[in-house]
Design a binder for this molecule. Structure first.
Ligand code: ADP
Length: 259
């Protein structure tokens, strides 16, 4: 997959003037405009507290905006029923096996374990954990737990995956490995991914577009297109292009802070 076709992909989601004021008066977002197309990999970067998680939760439908328009370009105009959400914490059930943890979204839809098993094993295989279906969370490393969390988000094959700093708590080496795994899955599955991170480096490595947010009030200040082809790998991380893209995102963030 290359990013060259990105501008021609059909639109999936348009945010216009989205604002959020929490009870108590905190203005988390004001006047957010953004376009997401089908198959995009878009990152939201910005300083802590600029409203990245709030925006993701609005897209997920977990909270409502106070103002503005969230328009889905689906056949019926509704939010896709199936949106995968991966949080910073793996949020696994400690008393349940890996298989049972990944079963949860299907169980909630009334699909029994025996019937779901091929799908569960497939999701586990996709994240490289086929041999760990019987293990319990306490037996897994932080990286493996996060993979289980990813498998759980994938098991319903959602067309849209929302990720809120999923790898932030992991060490740099593990994070780079999971970034690579995620990119590989994205290339194969052609999901739409919206990825929240406060790491400039991670946003550049992963994304086709980086939406740069600023705080007080939270809004999208700039957009940096990352034109590097996929698959990406260590060579991209060491390239001049990579450094230049990181500098561009950094400059946009700095401009936003100074503005
Ligand atoms: P980010 O993800 O960029 O760190 P958040 O979306 O978590 O930013 O938060 C944006 C602002 O909204 C912050 O000032 C935060 O304290 C506030 N906030 C977030 N969630 C709530 C909430 N449930 N109630 C009140 N204020 C909140």
């Amino acid at each position: 997959m290359t990013s060259a076709d990105a501008p021609t992909r059909p639109p999936l989601l348009t945010l216009t003037g989205v604002a959020k004021t929490y009870d108590g008066g905190t203005v988390a977002l004001s006047g957010v405009d953004a376009d997401i197309r089908r198959g995009d990999f878009v990152s939201l970067v910005g300083p802590s507290g600029c409203g990245k998680s709030t925006l993701l939760r609005i897209v997920a439908g977990l909270i409502a905006p106070s103002a503005g328009d969230v328009r889905w370009h689906t056949a019926d105009g509704a939010r896709p029923a199936d949106i995968g959400f991966v949080f910073q914490d793996a949020t696994l059930m400690p008393w349940a096996s890996v298989l049972d943890n990944v079963h949860l979204p299907l169980k909630l839809r009334g699909v029994a374990l025996e019937k779901a098993k091929p799908q569960l094993m497939d999701a586990l295989a996709r994240v490289g954990l086929a041999d760990f279906s019987g293990a319990f969370p306490r037996e897994l490393s932080g990286c493996m737990k996060m993979r289980v969390s990813l498998a759980r988000a994938l098991v319903t094959e959602p067309p849209v995956l929302l990720m809120d700093e999923p790898f932030a708590a992991l060490d740099e080496f593990t994070r780079e490995k999971l970034d690579d795994d995620l990119l590989e899955l994205w290339r194969r599955q052609r999901w739409t991914v919206i990825f929240v991170t406060h790491s400039i480096y991670e946003s550049v490595y992963l994304s086709e577009r980086v939406l740069v947010m600023g705080a007080r009030p939270g809004r999208v200040l700039d957009e940096v297109a990352i034109g590097a082809p996929h698959p990406r790998g260590p060579a991209f991380r060491r390239s001049h292009d990579y450094v230049d893209y990181c500098a561009a995102v950094s400059a946009a963030l700095r401009d936003g802070v100074l503005a």
